[in-house]
Structures are given as C-alpha cells and as structure tokens.
Write a new protein. Structure first.
Lengths: 306, 278
C-alpha cells in the first residue's frame, strides 16, 4: 500500500445521507480518473482528500498523510473545485495571485508565477479581465491555473472539463498531461469517461459512494459503447450544427431542448469528440459549451452493480 | 496502469510568515469592501455623522453655563452618542454580516482553506477587515472630537490627549465586541441577511426593550442585557461621568465576556466546520 491516495473503508454521512459507503481504493502515480455519475461521491472523496471534510469511518491518506486539518500538506496539493470561485471582480491574474499569496509566496514571485500559469492554460489574453466575465470554460482554466501555479505534487481536479468549450478542453487536457509527464500526480473526476480516456487508462469507478471497479479503462469501454452517449452542445445555431453533424455515421439522434441547445446521441463518443472540433471549425459555427449528461454512464453503472 | 516519471522534483519556494499570508486575505477582503458602494456610503456617512454629532454634543455641553470647569467628564456625552449605536449596527450588518457568510455561500471558503492557512488565520484576517471599519465610528469620531476641541481651545491639550487615550480604550472595547459578535453571527449562516438581522436584534432588540422595561418597572439592572447600555456605563465611568443606572465593572465584565465567548465559539465552530457542496 504505497499509493498516492489510499482509502480503506471510508464512510461519510451527511446526516442520514451517505456520501461515501466503505469506499476502498488505492490511487497510483500519474493520472487517475475518478469516474461516476453526479451524486456518486466524487466531490465528497475530494473534500476528504483536501482536508475539508472529516471522515466518519475508515482511513484515508494523501501522499502518506492524514489530510484532515493538515496545513503543511496543503502546500503539496493543488485543488480545482467544480463550481467555486473566489470573487468575480478579481481578474484572472489577481485571482491566481491572491491564492498564491495565501500559499506564502512573495508578491513579485506570485505575480510571475500567476502570469506563467495563466499562459500554460491559455488564458494570457484574458488575464486582466474580471473572472465574472469569463465563460464557464475560462473559469475552469483559471481554477486549473491557480491549482498548478505553486507547483504542487498532486493535482485534485473536480470535474475540470465541466462546461468547457472544445478549445478549452484541449487546453485543459494538454495541461494535465504535461503536468503528469513532468512527474506530477493527478486525480481528476468526471462523469464523462471519454474525456478522461485521452489522458489516462487508469480509472476508478464510483457509484453510490462505493468503488465498484478500478483499473484499465478499456475493460469497461465495451460496456459503455452499448449505450448511446449523449452530448449537450450550447450553440447559437443548433439546427445548422445538427445539419453539419448529421454526416457522422455514429450519430443516432438529435434533440433541441432549448433555442440555443443541441442534444446529440452517438454510439461512438470517442470519434464524436475527435471529429467535432474540425466540423465546428469548417462550418464556422460557434460552440459555447459542451456537456455530457451522465445517463449513459449511469446505465453502465446500473449494469455493473446489478 | 500508471504513468510515472521519478525524475520530478518540486520547486521549493520559501514560505512567507503567517502574518503575510493573513495579510493576503485582509488585502483581498478590504479591496472587496472598498468596491461595494453600500460599504463605502455607510462607512463615510457613519464616520461623518458620528464625528459631527459628537463635536456638537461636546460644544453644546461646554457652552451651557454649569459652573463646571472643562474636564474629562464632558467627553462622556460624545462617547455615548446614539449615532454610534446606529451606525455601528449598520456597518456590522452591511460589511460584517457577509464576511464569512458570503464566503460560505460562494464557496470561496473552500478555496481559502485549500491553501496552507488555518481557520484561525482566516478568522483573524476577517476580524482585521471588520475592526478598522467599525473603528471609523467607534474610535475615530471621539479622537477627532478631542482634537477639534483642543484646536479650538475649548479644552486644554492635556485633557484632550487624556480623552483621546480613553477614547481608544473604550472605543476599542466596543470595536472588539461588535467585531467578535458580528463574525460569530456571520459564521452561523450562509445568508448574510440573517446575520445582519442578528446584529440588529443584538443591538436594538435588546437595547430598546431593556430601556423601556427598566423605566417602566424602575429596575435598571435589566439594562445589563443591553450591550449599548453596558458600553455607555463603562465609557461614562472611564471619563468620570455620571452613573448610568448600572455598575461599570459588571457592564465591563459582560462586554468582555461576550466578546471572548463569541470569539472562542466562532473559532471552535470554524475549526470543526466541514465544507459541504452539492
């Protein structure tokens, strides 16, 4: 047992609601994906790892240490929350700088590292704009920048791709890969298996607070491919985009849930995500956000847990 | 199964002292307040109204012929200026109520605590944001009143300087009390409106009924439950002014006790708080 994260029989209750249920898993070095539908317990596990929740049962360690109220350990980790932000009036530069100052970094160094981190995530051009004006994808990148900027040993990323546009996704995934290539460890959660597949084969599946499977991603790929995968695309011209996407053979259906929304179901999500940027670029249509409802993954989980 | 390159080494950056990390929270918090028109208006109006009315109270008292030589007791009037209570309540509500509640609501608290700072660092910083702003109506007006009085030769510089010293102590006591109580209320909820209502309840919900009851049943010991009356008793005694119906040592003990209790309970609560998101 010498994993980056070790969890043994970890349980966490919120009153009568069970957040984690005897969760046992070992997360190795490099990138590990924590995959599970919304409400599976991913954020609870991450909050336990960053020491902001206290477990009710079991044992959990991060980099060999108990994370609860462990202040020195926080210097060694970079955390990117799913929804949180500091203050919307802060510019991207100020946002990252402020959090670096909280790390105890001198002002000049913080400014320099913030600039560098924003460049890494592709936000240099928007560094001096208030974050409240950022798109969701840009906010995700700004949060990734603050998590990276102090050069941590491990990144804990809670749904880092949620709501990101195609270009943003590419940037985020590339940044994560580069970080791991340089020897850092990454623990990232997602409910979209196909996103995580681009950066790692190593995943842990979580459902109803339990680790139900761990290991190679390809083993469950076959299961998932049996279920059409839904992708919700935010665009100002959903019908034109649907027309362009219709030439993909693996696309099963289109729905228009809102005037600026297109819901696509595909049997080959990996191919879909691969081909989409090119189609968007060729047709010059604007895509403001991509999201995958977790219904297909949920179906697989129901299958796995019987 | 896993990707590992054992050549990785971290860039070790020397960690600055706790003081500087706390200052980073203070600087961000102050910048936030100074961007809010409501916070600026309440602070400026509070400081202006309280100062002007305190000077007016002092001069009215000093020009009414009473046969009493100008001394420290004249400053008991400005110290118990009701505008202080009004504006300290407004400031605590407008500025203080959201200091922790807003961070909890927006989950900025999660980001703060994902950094190597402790809950006590965080609380200390929040107190350091609120206290100077509250002091703009609890200490500054009394200092300016004494200063103006000395400049206009209504009082000797000796008396004015003594008044300033006492003002810092009694004003500081009130500042600490409102800072601790407001942060305690703010830590109880994610909705700053509830914390703000709590501040008004502590002030006017206790002061006005206590005053009415004390007068109607002629039992002034009821005034001990009113923080404002406790403060006025202490301030009046400090300036050598007339008694207020309650003894200053008891009033001082209550103010200090509530301040310490609020601070300790807030600290213990924040230490144990778990950050829960959806």
């Amino acid at each position: 047992m010498n994993g980056v994260v070790e969890a043994a029989g970890v349980s966490k209750w919120y009153g009568e609601v069970l957040g984690l249920n005897a969760f046992t898993a070992s997360f190795g070095k490099g990138i590990t994906g924590l995959v599970g539908p919304n409400g599976a317990g991913k954020s609870t596990l991450f909050k336990l790892l960053i020491g902001q929740l206290h477990l009710d049962q079991g044992k959990i360690t991060l980099l060999g240490e108990d994370p609860w109220n462990n202040v020195p350990l926080k210097r060694r980790l970079g955390y990117c929350p799913e929804q949180n932000q500091l203050y919307g009036w802060l510019t991207g530069q100020q946002f990252v700088e402020t959090l670096l100052r909280l790390d105890g970094m001198p002002a000049a160094k913080a400014r320099q590292e913030a600039t560098a981190a924003l460049k890494v995530v592709g936000l240099s051009g928007a560094a001096h704009r208030p974050t409240r004006g950022y798109s969701r994808g840009m906010r995700q990148r700004a949060k990734l920048a603050q998590a990276l900027a102090h050069d941590p040993e491990i990144l804990i990323l809670d749904e880092p791709l949620s709501g990101a546009d195609p270009a943003g996704r590419v940037h985020i995934l590339r940044t994560i890969s580069d970080f791991a290539r340089d020897g850092g460890h990454v623990l990232m959660s997602t409910h979209v298996l196909y996103e995580i597949e681009r950066v790692t084969n190593n995943i842990v599946l979580i459902h109803n607070g339990k680790a139900i499977a761990a290991g190679d991603i390809h083993a469950i790929r076959a299961l998932i491919d049996e279920h059409p995968h839904a992708v919700r695309i935010e665009t100002s011209k959903p019908r034109q985009l649907a027309q362009a996407l219709a030439r993909m053979e693996h696309v099963v259906s289109f729905e228009f849930p809102a005037t600026d929304m297109l819901l696509v179901r595909t049997r080959k999500p990996d191919a879909f995500y691969r081909e989409l940027p090119q189609i968007v670029s060729d047709t010059k249509l604007e895509v403001h956000g991509l999201e995958s409802p977790d219904d297909s993954l949920d179906a697989v989980f129901r299958y796995l847990v019987g | 199964m896993s990707i590992t390159l054992p050549t990785y080494s971290r860039l070790e950056i020397p960690l600055l002292a706790r003081r500087q990390r706390v200052w980073a929270i203070i600087a961000t918090g102050l910048r936030r307040e100074l961007r809010r028109p409501a916070a600026i208006v309440v602070t400026v109006l509070g400081a202006a109204f309280t100062t002007i009315s305190s000077i007016a109270i002092l001069f009215v008292a000093s020009i009414i012929p009473s046969g009493q030589a100008p001394d420290l007791t004249f400053f008991a009037g400005p110290a118990s200026n009701f505008f202080v209570l009004f504006f300290v309540s407004l400031m605590a509500s407008v500025i203080g109520a959201g200091l922790i509640a807003d961070d909890m609501q927006s989950m900025a608290f999660t980001l703060y605590l994902s950094r190597p700072i402790t809950q006590s660092d965080y609380l200390l910083a929040k107190a350091a944001i609120l206290a100077p702003l509250v002091a703009m109506v609890t200490i500054l007006p009394l200092l300016l009143t004494a200063l103006v009085a000395a400049f206009l030769s209504f009082f000797s510089w000796t008396i004015a300087l003594q008044a300033m010293g006492i003002s810092i102590i009694v004003g500081g006591l009130l500042t600490l009390f409102y800072t601790a109580v407001t942060l305690f209320l703010s830590s109880l909820t994610r909705r700053k409106g509830i914390a703000a209502a709590g501040v008004f309840a502590v002030n006017f919900g206790l002061t006005i009924p206590a005053t009415i009851l004390a007068i109607s049943i002629q039992n002034f010991s009821i005034l001990y439950i009113s923080p404002w009356d406790d403060y006025v008793a202490v301030a009046s005694a400090a300036f050598g002014g007339p008694g207020t119906g309650i003894d200053w040592p008891g009033a001082l003990a209550i103010l200090l006790g509530v301040t310490v209790l609020a601070a300790v309970v807030t600290y213990v609560r924040m230490k144990a708080v778990e950050v829960v998101t959806g």
